[in-house]
Write a protein that binds this ligand. Sequence first.
Ligand code: 4AZ
Length: 256
Amino acid sequence: MFKFVILLSVVACAFGAAIPEGLLPQLDGRIVGGTATTISSFPWQISLQRNGGHSCGGSVFRSNIIVTAAHCLQSVSASSLQVRAGSSYWNSGGVVFKVASFRNHEGYNAKTMVNDIAVIRLSGNLGMSSTIRTIGLASNAPANGAAASVSGWGTQSSGSSSIPTQLQFVNVKIVGQAQCASSSYSYGSQIRSTMICASAPGKDSCQGDSGGPLVSGGVLVGVVSWGYGCAASNYPGVYADVAVLRNWVNNAANSV
Ligand code: 4AZ
């Protein structure tokens, strides 16, 4: 058992994953249940790269500003990071920009995963095209049960050591904060006011999707944050709630 925990921790670190204290990693479960897609369908999606390897997802908010997860940017320096935009493949195509600076939410807590959001300023401006487009921030949390989609280059099963080269997506349904914390699911009080959930049977975000976009109604409603395993029943994927964190993002984007 101990070995498995260490193994998963190593895999998790490589892809910028996060497992809050108190949650034991689960090695089964399976963008898990997803479909390969092209960047034109998710033109706000970027690959955040650390020392040349994919580490996390992110979303184009302004031509030079990316929204991602704070847990993707712990103990890293801007000089080790780059962002690939405009490609369906994390390791080729599109354009690659250096990271000029980033700012993590000051209230991010690695133990509870509250406020798991951050902004990145690129070294230049992305040119908008059919493959690179900004996405707006949700002003209101989507309704419980609303249709949403999440995309990324994360693992296709929990604990996997390899990631797909082509972008994947999956359709899920919003599980509101109150519902996600209720006895209908198994997280209880671990679901806080800065979190929103989403799930569908056999479908979920997973390690390496972190920081990436959960989109509903054409706006960014969530940032991939954490979960107990991936696609495990009674454990929806947990996302930073963009409607709740919107003011912070707007302010941080102006000061990063
Ligand atoms: C992770 O470790 C992670 N099922 C991301 C998303 C989910 C679980 C884990 C959601 O980065």
